[in-house]
Design a protein around this ligand. Sequence first.
Ligand SMILES: Cc1ncc(COP(=O)(O)O)c(C=O)c1O
Length: 447
Amino acid sequence: MGHAEPKLHSPVAAKRLSLDEYWMPFTPNREFKADPRMVVRAEGMYYWNDRGDKIIDASSGLFCCAAGHGRKEIAEAVGRQLAELDFSAPFLRGHPKQFELATRVAELTPGDLNRIFFCNSGSESVESAMKAALAYHQARGQGGRNVFISRERAYHGVNFGGVSLSGLVNNRRTFGPALPGIAHMRHTHLKENLFTPGEGAHGAELAEDLLRFVNLYGAENIAACFVEPIAGSTGCLVPPKGYLARLREICDLHGILLVFDEVITGYGRTGQAFAAQSFGVTPDMITMAKGITNGAQPMGAVAISERIHDTIMAAAPEGAIEFFHGYTYSGHPAACAAGLATLDIYRNEGLFERGRALSPYFLDAVFSLEDLPVVTDIRGYGMFAAIDLAVDGAPGKRGHNFQKKLFDNGLHLKTTGDCAIIAPPLIAEKSHIDKITETLRRTLTTM
Ligand SMILES: Cc1ncc(COP(=O)(O)O)c(C=O)c1O
């Protein structure tokens, strides 16, 4: 973004940093520590590693930094906030920025999803939404509704509720049976839709799986259906045309809450504030995190319909705590300040509209890689896309090597298994998309 490039020399070596103590998440620790890839600075569309190499960010960090890196407005807002009010107890005490941010989030959410519960991560937003669903049904005298429906290949975070909802085997297999009473619909990755940009024509009927669970368990026992409108971490599975609308219909018919997990798709990734708006389907709750602070502070939230909120409020005796749930850092002052500064940037720079306008160019660029023999599918919607690579030996091995080679070739992205997920910051210029595509092609040809 027109800034002087820093000259870095390997601070890792210079400081004799010990890599032993820190246990890294979702990382092959032994491999990393033998051959570390360190990031030491970020600005705009780029990271810099500890050798001073410039690395283009093709997945917004981890789908967080829609407004690009190093946004001074956010850093300054957080600094000011910490100097003025570093922390206040979130229970029984409020501070103005919590209320202000909740109002600003509610301005962006669809329908009457105007009641905002703050937490600190996507995982916590999922747990909070599960609890709100249970509390709602109990408040309206339907406490028997405690089965949750989700989907194969879903990712809903790493706490036990989210793991139970998740449909990714590696996230489940080590941790026992998880919560009881969770059933998974089939995923929507169909061979009939391979290499289709946008919503596939095939597969709306997969929504009928929800009806099968209604018939199997009884609607009166089902609390909520959780889906990512676009399944993100598994590799950008765009919903088939009509699929989400059909889920909505079935939920309405049977008193089941529909929850969209928009931890990745929220905040402009699909060209609107939320994928709910892009697909024209309004859920009863939206879980969110990541983009709410542009990744600059840990924060998550659940947007909850007024109906759900009011039902829970009305069921509690006057003066009682209505919802026995919350975190020490719910609505932390620094996170709220970051959130407000981030939403200002999104609005002032029209970043959701910008992403929407750039999407056709971006999707054309990614789909131009379909001629490469190693590529077995490409999917995409908005500023979000994924490339499947042919499995080579153990599943995930090629994908893992691919992300390492890409980093060494100057590009950062997230892979899951053998799928590369591309989600550049919404500040990207066409030249950045060209650079990303060129690096992907050059690296793919060596795979
Ligand atoms: C859809 C979805 N839900 C929940 C989560 C968990 O978020 P966190 O890692 O902030 O706990 C993620 C993370 O990528 C996600 O993509």
